[in-house]
Design a protein around this ligand. Structure first.
Ligand code: CP
Ligand code: NVA
Length: 331
């Protein structure tokens, strides 16, 4: 397996074997890190980290992973660079390619990161767009593999806004790896029909399946993984909260949903999550709409079935695998 020079823009661009390779490489790197084995084989290289949206996990993962590999990092936020305002994506790509060995981009439309990759002569990694969040997928697959000892055949139910980056990406990840994906939400929030059809074909060949249902209990019955995400994503207007709360509240992950899924089921969430009142937004929502929890109850979030912090740590190990594989082509 040699991924040297490849971009990492969406999971659709990768075969199941390539995805499993990256997950296994991340597992090896995680073990090495725990044992304190040095892994700075990319010493002398530098990566640019462009963030047009905020981040805790993705930024920290790229920075820590790059530093562990011996690389330098430069963080660019939209207010501190010329990107988009005074300089096009195509020009930015060519400027950064002359100074850095790799470029991470988090922002809005998928077409932006695709354009960046087209013009860059170094690997480009997608740190989240409106449509896809591929590095999150590798962390989720590693977490599932660690917990269940396998990925193929696992049944994953996704609740909430399934037509945005997380719903799309999980559907693709499940299809590619032979998992069973169920989008369990109101019809309005089902993923794009064209992507659903594409994923159904991929899933059929890989031994998985794609199901869409509005029935929260039927959709989560017997699920191994119950997954959700925020109801309003970065870049969406705050006026949309009222509508989302009304339409997605029937799909909140609570104790009833987890019991319906079954004893061995786990809860996953890409984070950040609104499960209590300890955030500005959470407090504001309670004041405006009188609800204390949103996509997941605090009880489920804090339960022993919740894998969210293991999942968050795995962001770093999997992002390290992506950088190592695409920059060095080897472990
Ligand atoms: N899950 C995730 O991408 O988190 P951040 O927004 O903190 O990077
Ligand atoms: N759907 C969320 C994911 C955050 C990691 C967002 O785009 O804000």
């Amino acid at each position: 397996m040699n991924l040297k020079g490849r971009d990492f823009l969406k999971l659709l661009d990768f075969t199941a074997e390539e995805i499993f390779y990256l997950v296994d490489l991340a597992a090896k790197l995680k073990e090495k890190k725990k044992k304190g084995v040095p892994m700075d084989s990319l010493r002398g290289k530098n990566v640019a980290l462009i963030f047009e949206k905020t981040s805790t996990r993705t930024r920290c993962s790229f920075e820590v992973a790059a530093h562990d590999l011996g690389m330098g990092t430069t963080y660019l936020d939209p207010s501190a660079s010329q990107i988009g305002k005074k300089e096009s994506i195509a020009d930015t790509a060519r400027v950064l390619s002359g100074m850095f060995e790799g470029i991470e981009y988090r922002g809005y439309g998928q077409e932006i990161v695709e354009e960046l990759a087209e013009y860059a002569s170094v690997p480009v990694w997608n740190g989240l767009t409106n449509e896809f969040h591929p590095t999150q997928m590798l962390a989720d697959l590693l977490t599932i593999q660690e917990h269940f000892g396998r990925i193929r055949g696992i049944r994953l139910a996704y609740m909430g806004d399934a037509r945005y980056n997380m719903g799309n990406s999980l559907m693709v990840a499940c299809a590619r790896t032979g998992m069973h994906f169920t989008a369990c939400t109101s019809q309005k929030y089902f993923p794009d029909p064209v992507l659903v059809e594409q994923c159904r074909e991929i899933a059929a060949a890989a031994g998985g399946s794609i199901t869409l249902t509005e029935d929260a209990l039927a959709g989560t019955k017997g699920a191994d993984v119950v997954y959700t995400d925020v109801w309003v994503s970065m870049g969406e207007p705050k006026e949309i909260w009222e509508e989302r709360i009304r339409e997605l509240s029937p799909y909140r992950v609570d104790r009833g949903i987890m019991e319906n899924a079954g004893e061995g089921a786990v809860f996953m969430h890409c984070l950040p999550a609104f499960h209590d009142l300890k955030t500005e937004t959470g407090a504001q929502i309670e004041k405006s709409f009188g609800i204390r929890e949103m996509e997941v109850t605090d009880e489920v979030f804090e339960s022993s079935q919740s894998l969210v912090f293991q999942e968050a740590e795995n962001r770093m190990h999997t992002i390290k695998a992506v950088m190592l594989a695409t920059l060095a082509g080897e472990d």
